[in-house]
Design a protein around this ligand. Structure first.
Ligand SMILES: [Fe+2]
Length: 215
């Protein structure tokens, strides 16, 4: 729910600049990248490969209704060659979408693999470094199992629900400091793999620091 965001996040949503009309764009990855991700997913997901990640308190939890006992969150790093290809493709897509060509990449996280019962709090991302971002769907253990992503487009009090699938709507671009997002409905499958990439326009950090100091 939108009411899950805290006062600092609400200030960011209200006060930081916006680049597009809705703040969200769903797209499908280039076939070449999709092939690489499918290959990675085929090796990574069935074996539950990866290392445990410290769960960020209050951001990811297991639905009390789930009886699963396996890891709630594993990290299996994406090979550098795939990450570079993905980053180049998405830097271009974000430039086309926002009109901002002068952007710098600030972070890539994952591949994060979520386990049964996972719930992701609705939140906004770190305001100084995460301005324009992408969620990439790598794959999941059940091809038919959807885990809806909720995004609140600019000015909307109701979420837009996005179902991501390999080869169709497998990437979501979003203005991550001003678009609340999360997966508040618990995951019903056994492994769901995403990777997250973040950018900011040049000059963003100083501006964001000033804006957020007034929160
Ligand atoms: Fe996020």
């Amino acid at each position: 729910m939108l009411s899950d965001i805290n006062a600092i996040e609400a200030h960011a949503v209200r006060s930081l600049p916006r680049y597009t009309r809705t703040g969200v764009k769903v797209l499908t990855l280039h076939a070449d990248i999709r092939r690489d991700l499918d290959h990675f997913a085929a090796a990574s997901i069935p074996g539950r490969r990866g290392r445990r990640e410290k769960i960020p308190v209050g951001f990811v939890w297991r639905d009390p209704g789930s009886t699963a006992r396996d890891d709630l969150l594993l990290i299996d790093p994406l090979p550098k060659s795939i990450e570079e290809k993905l980053r180049a493709f998405l830097t271009d897509e974000i430039g086309k979408w926002t009109g901002e060509r002068n952007i710098e990449h600030t972070a890539t996280y994952g591949v994060r693999k979520y386990g049964n019962g996972a719930v992701l709090k609705v939140h906004t991302d770190r305001p100084l470094t995460h301005a324009l971002s992408a969620i990439v769907h790598v794959g999941s253990s059940e091809q038919t199992e959807d885990w809806p992503l909720h995004v609140y487009t600019h000015g909307s009090g109701d979420p837009q629900t996005v179902y991501m699938a390999p080869g169709k709507n497998d990437c979501v671009l979003y203005e991550s400091a001003t678009v609340p997002h999360g997966r508040p409905v618990s995951y019903k499958g056994s492994s769901y793999a995403n990777v997250f990439l973040h950018w900011r326009p040049r000059g963003w950090e100083g501006m964001a620091r000033r804006v957020m100091s007034k929160a």
